[in-house]
Design a protein around this ligand. Structure first.
Ligand code: ADP
Ligand code: ZN
Length: 524
């Protein structure tokens, strides 16, 4: 049987998707390979097809217990001899799997990474022929990734204890360079082929909304999608509870998922969602890894996630069936504070040095900035993310809220001059909210305490709306005239770029919304 026969016979597919065939060919030829593919691209086929064709056994390392079981069940149903080993097995079940494996019954064995340390498992693997080790979610080896799992560091040791070095296939949806390098180095891939499928998911429609009242907007959005299945991500457990209650009160079939629920309830709610008994899931980011529900037709982020990697992964759970699907982010300024708070209060990782932890925090702050810019940009949203992942893209995708919005470029040099001089005159030690208040000539205790009402810039924008001033401040930051410094409540500072503006030698232009066209309707 060749690879096409295997694909047809065991999986029922007539052709490989982009990247899959290359991965399969490479592994079959005996070369290590790293597959970088976004969620939903079809990574499993890449190792399952060669695994079926190899003479020996393939060990699949996966961190996701729920996923293992589903994958193995699916394989067994298709007539592939497969088993899984993780903490959910009883001793008797485990012994049985070991015995069958020793008899050479299985082609594929899924294991949790912790198992690679177990003596009984290692002894078994030294006695049977292991053709390949496939490492799923392989970015978990990287301490720079956000899902570092120390047990992933066992993989190498395990491989080195085998009498013959198997082929190693690694898979991840994380594309940043540092993580890629880590995977290759730590897993010691030998001259690996690196196969990237490209990160674009053409059937996803991206939008960012900035509603005055998120709850109301959310209800509208779900009403418009009444018979569809969707996920609503919130940043805290508390928010999950309140949003889920809100939806249930409004008559939507919603359920919830977060780490504060009992195992039993989590499993039940997840099943209710997967089997469409409750097609609306409200969850924290604890939900979703390894859930293969193909008909999720929208993912709404009630809060902004802390980086683009998380956002793209979570949003990417929509439309896995290839149908058109929506990824909507409800952005509010409070989200930035929440994310900063999370980053500030992350427990240092005891396996890293203090310097490494410090660097890690800096990177997290850097990533957050990109996420904030995503929410504020008026450029094509899809391209913004693809560029972030190092994927070149054409100018406009035509399938995101910015591409469908008509913007007008307006000259805001005068406003910019006022804002920048206000920041300088007040000593570059206040945040955006304070600058807006000073410019609008507001009197409050802090302003009189610092004597800001005596400044020449006090009240020079009293006829402008606060939202408008805020918007220009954001744009000035995005364009590099201002930087915000510090976590928690950052303060604004001007950069070198702003002096020509203040001297009247450079102009500042921003894009302003004229008309928003959504997919369903046009809002003038
Ligand atoms: P990933 O692990 O990359 O997120 P999966 O391996 O779970 O993705 O595959 C995503 C979906 O795509 C699954 O429903 C799978 O059955 C389907 N799929 C994978 N390869 C093909 C193919 N060649 N043709 C059609 N469907 C495929
Ligand atoms: Zn676009």
């Amino acid at each position: 049987m060749d690879k096409f026969d295997v694909l047809r016979k065991y999986f029922g597919y007539s052709s490989f998707r982009k990247g899959q065939e290359e991965m399969v060919d490479c592994l079959l030829s005996g070369r290590d390979a790293l597959g970088i593919m976004p969620t939903g691209a079809g990574k499993s086929i890449c190792y399952q097809v060669p695994a079926i064709m190899f003479g020996g056994v393939t060990i699949v390392v996966s961190p996701l217990i729920s996923l293992m079981k589903d994958q193995v069940n699916a394989l067994v149903q298709q007539g592939v001899k497969a088993a899984y080993i993780n903490s959910s097995l009883t001793d008797t079940q485990y012994d049985k799997v070991l015995k069958n494996a020793a008899l050479g019954i299985y082609k594929i064995i899924y294991v949790a990474p912790e198992r690679l340390e177990s003596v009984s498992f290692i002894n078994l693997c030294r006695r049977i022929k292991i053709s390949m080790v496939a490492v799923d979610e392989s970015h978990c080896v990287s301490q720079w990734g956000q899902d570092f799992r120390p047990s992933y560091l066992n993989i190498n040791k395990f491989i080195s204890m085998l009498p013959n070095r198997p082929i190693i296939g690694a898979f991840t949806a994380t594309a940043t360079d540092e993580v890629k390098k880590d995977i290759i180095n730590i897993l010691q891939l030998e001259d690996p082929a690196v196969v990237t499928t490209g990160f674009d998911r053409p059937n996803l429609f991206f939008s960012v909304l900035r509603p005055a009242k998120k709850d109301n907007r959310l209800i509208e959005l779900i009403k418009e999608r009444r018979d569809k299945s969707g996920i609503i991500y919130c940043s805290t457990r508390k928010k999950v509870e309140s949003v889920c209650d809100l939806l249930i009160k409004n008559g939507f079939p919603a359920t919830r998922y977060h780490a504060g629920l009992s195992d039993e309830e989590r499993i039940k709610n997840q099943d209710d969602f997967v089997y469409d008994r409750k097609p609306v899931m409200v969850a924290t980011n604890a939900f979703g890894m390894g859930i293969d529900k193909s008909n999720v037709s929208y993912v709404i982020h009630y809060n902004m996630p802390k980086n683009i990697e998380s956002y793209y992964q979570e949003a990417g759970r929509a439309g896995r069936d290839g149908q058109e699907a929506d990824c909507i982010l409800l952005y509010g300024a409070g989200d930035v504070q929440t994310c900063r708070y999370f980053i500030e209060n992350t427990e240092p990782n005891p396996q890293l040095t203090p310097e490494q932890n410090e660097m890690f925090k800096k990177r997290e702050e850097e990533r957050l900035k990109h996420m904030i810019f995503y929410c504020r940009t008026s450029d094509c949203l899809r391209n913004y993310m693809l560029r972030y992942f190092g994927d070149g893209a054409e100018e406009n995708c035509g399938k995101c809220s910015n591409c469908l919005t008509k913007f007008e470029t307006v000259d805001v040099t005068i406003e910019a001059q006022k804002i920048l001089s206000c920041i300088i005159r007040t000593g570059q030690k206040f945040g955006a909210a304070m600058i807006v208040d000073v410019l609008r000539g507001k009197i409050n205790d802090r302003i009189t305490y610092f004597g800001l009402d005596k400044q020449s810039t006090f009240g020079i924008m009293k006829d402008s709306k606060p939202t408008e001033i805020k918007y220009i401040i954001e744009k000035l930051e995005e364009q590099g005239y201002i930087i915000s410094v510090g976590a928690g409540k950052p303060i604004l500072r001007v950069t070198e770029m702003s002096y020509p503006v203040l001297k009247g030698k450079a102009k500042v232009k921003v894009k302003k919304t004229v008309r928003i066209k959504t997919k369903e309707k046009t809002v003038e």
